[in-house]
Design a protein around this ligand. Structure first.
Ligand code: BDP
Length: 682
């Protein structure tokens, strides 16, 4: 199995009970108006039943047959008038089953839900009603026109720009099915570090071809735009958002796009961030820039997604606060068509970050959340890290914005401020590798993101078990054990990379492996020492005092806990405090000891992962088993690399011995530093 079918394998179910429970279905009844989406639903149901149950479902026009699966667009009471768009119900009758929704996309989602149940060997006995919690469930591709993928670890881009619009790669269809199976309904197809090329007629024709493939699956296409396009493409002298000609240019461009893609999703913009152009180049604000694009979008349904990932290179500042401070004065100033997309944490997709303080502080702005599915800082394609627990941790945290229970999920699903627009975006991990995502387990992160975007109340365990059942094995015992491996994977990774709230100490540029000694970079806030602040006294970034006081961006309840070194969750400790090496933590160990123990136990756990995976061998396809095992070995080797680098480096500051129940690294700090130097050799 090369993994190319993702979780939509539809292999024959061996479980006899499941087989017989679904044996009675033999036909599909579809609405009289056969739209492209209904056609896809019909097709999927037929492929699914053929594969999973070996049954050919006929297409039946009669309404009152027995053994029919009816696809219906209607207003059933299960789906009340105010149920969110694309909600669906699966209604179990004596001899029939009805999949019903107010929309055709909802019907398609219902079909995928039914197939997921069969594939995970569940017998549906009760009605299922399901509604999306978030309106826009979106993938962000960081794919470039030349076929490379920024922070992509699974080969080149899935979009074959050189072949489009003439050739439609069959993988576009698998991609659409996979997303629709999760309820993902939007995708931005190009890198946020955007090339204006995507707005040329040549590229719009290509993007149109992709949009045409995705449309029947309920997926809308967005384009990331370069703010300087009026100059680079339009030949104007400026891209100033308040300039009449510039505004006209965007109005015309937006009109042109709609001629190709009538249901265009909208623009995604990274502006005045990491060297990208933006409204500040002309003395204007983010709101001026976003509102100009919203104006161009006015006649259409599309929207503008404006990213809040901005920070200046101030050696005396704190990058933690930048997004908040630049956007705070603009709360209430954005056009209703604008959503501000905020990364889950204030720095940059670290393995563990406190939630971004913008969540809960912007009552007058629609905020969407951006997670990173691609594992830039999380072991890329070689380490096993299941991310649902991280997504959940962020979504479940209470911002206390409107009193207790104001979780991040309530901010971003629109319920806290009663907003009609809501967005969850994930930076995609797809590539042209046969298995799409590199590490076989990385598929689970795409899967988990999509499931949580649909319903952020699903547990990370349930999602993992579903994915395992669809992808690896339905053996219950194995499912439990693999789920346990997945649940442990992120805490293990954090132990050997960034324990106790350390962050941003990765190798320069490529962001792989450790480089805690990184002192000089193009910008001070791209070094490691900016963040860990190790000195002879202790370790960690004091964000409660004179230097930064970023803790003040949170509500009182959070200041009382995270802001107090004795009450702060140890997982976030060094995010907010500079802790003396010898200070006793609530584990009974000093900071230095605790740090060492965590690095060492992280390594031990990578060994256990191999043992546990080895026990799974009888249940797993050979190729997948071997690929995961090889990667687990790499993971152990690199966990030791992280441990040795960080422990030896911090020891220079703590001047304390490595606890004597731990085995000393068998190399020196100079030797581990050399590894990084060699990496950068030409
Ligand atoms: C950083 C990545 C960089 C992205 C940037 C972003 O290293 O490649 O362009 O995020 O989100 O994490 O814009």
């Amino acid at each position: 199995d090369d993994g190319s079918r993702l979780w939509l394998k539809y292999d024959l179910i061996k479980n006899k009970n499941v087989q017989s429970a679904y044996a009675k279905y033999n036909s599909i009844i579809i609405p009289s108006k056969k739209t492209p989406t209904i056609e896809k639903a019909l097709e999927e149901l037929q492929i699914g039943f053929k594969g999973l149950l070996g049954k050919n479902l006929t297409n039946n026009s009669k309404n009152n047959t027995t053994g029919g699966i009816k696809l219906e667009i209607t207003n059933k009471e299960e789906l009340t008038k105010d149920s969110p768009e694309d909600s669906f119900a699966i209604i179990v009758q004596k001899d029939n089953l009805t999949i019903t929704s107010k929309t055709e996309t909802g019907v398609l989602y219902g079909v995928f839900e039914l197939l997921r149940n069969i594939q995970t060997e569940k017998i549906i006995t009760k009605n299922i009603v399901s509604s999306p919690k978030v309106k826009l469930r979106m993938l962000n591709h960081w794919d470039n026109a030349n076929g490379t993928v920024e922070r992509g670890y699974a080969g080149s881009s899935i979009w074959k720009w050189n072949e489009l619009p003439f050739r439609i790669d069959p993988r576009y269809i698998t991609y659409a099915r996979a997303n629709a199976s999760l309820g993902i309904n939007a995708t931005s197809i190009n890198n946020v570090n955007a090339s204006s090329r995507f707005l040329t007629a040549e590229y719009l024709e290509k993007i149109k071809a992709v949009a045409d493939v995705l449309r029947p699956y309920g997926i809308k296409v967005f384009i990331s735009v370069n703010f300087r396009s009026p100059r680079t493409l339009g030949g104007l002298k400026t891209s100033d958002p308040l300039d009449t000609d510039v505004r006209k240019w965007w109005i015309e461009k937006t009109k042109e796009i709609h001629q190709y893609i009538p249901d265009f999703g909208g623009y995604l913009v990274k502006a005045n961030s990491e060297g990208e152009p933006g409204p500040q180049d002309y003395g204007r604000t983010h709101a001026d820039g976003a509102n100009m694009l919203a104006e161009a979008m006015k006649p259409y349904n599309g929207i503008v997604i404006w990213r809040a990932f901005v920070y200046n290179a101030d050696p005396n500042g704190d990058r933690f606060k930048e997004g908040y401070e630049q956007f705070k004065p603009l709360d209430g100033k954005f056009d209703p068509k604008v959503i501000v997309q905020v990364k889950n944490g204030p720095i940059d997709f670290m393995p563990r970050e406190p939630f971004h303080p913008m969540f809960g502080s912007f009552p007058k702005t629609k905020l969407g959340i951006e997670f990173q599915i691609t594992q830039e800082y999380l072991g890329q394609s070689t380490h096993l890290t299941y991310l649902a627990p991280m997504f959940r941790e962020c979504l479940d945290t209470d911002t206390y914005a409107n009193g207790k229970g104001s979780t991040v999920s309530k901010v971003i699903d629109g319920s806290l401020y009663n907003s009609q627009m809501s967005l969850m975006a994930g930076v995609a991990n797809t590539g042209s590798d046969a298995n799409w995502c590199g590490h076989p387990f990385n598929q689970a992160n795409w899967y988990a993101f999509g499931r949580l975007a649909w319903n952020h109340e699903l547990s990370s365990e349930d999602i993992a078990k579903e994915w395992i059942g669809m992808t690896l094995t339905n053996n219950n015992n194995a499912k439990e054990k693999i789920n346990a491996i997945m649940q442990k994977s992120l805490p293990t990774y954090i132990k050997y990379t960034y324990p106790l709230g350390l962050h941003h100490m990765m190798g320069e540029g490529h962001h792989y492996g450790p480089e805690p000694w990184l002192t000089k970079a193009a910008r001070p806030d791209w070094t490691s020492i900016y963040y860990h602040r190790a000195d002879s006294i202790g370790l960690g970034f004091d964000r409660t005092g004179k230097v930064s006081n970023a803790i003040k961006l949170y509500s009182k309840e959070i200041i009382d806990t995270w802001g107090n070194p004795d009450k702060c969750d140890l997982n976030y400790l060094l995010w907010f405090h500079h802790i003396p090496w010898s200070k006793k933590l609530n584990t009974g160990n000093s900071l230095w000891e605790e740090l060492c123990y965590r690095y060492y136990s992280g390594v031990e756990e990578t060994k256990n992962l191999q043992k546990e995976w080895n026990e799974m061998k009888p249940y797993i396809d050979k190729e997948t088993y071997a690929s995961v095992m090889a990667r687990l070995k790499i993971q152990e080797k690199e966990a030791i690399w992280w441990r040795d680098s960080c422990v030896l480096y911090f020891k220079e500051f703590s001047k304390m011995p490595i606890p004597n129940n731990l085995i000393l690294p068998n190399r020196t700090l100079e030797e581990v530093k050399k590894l990084v130097e060699i990496y950068h050799l030409r």
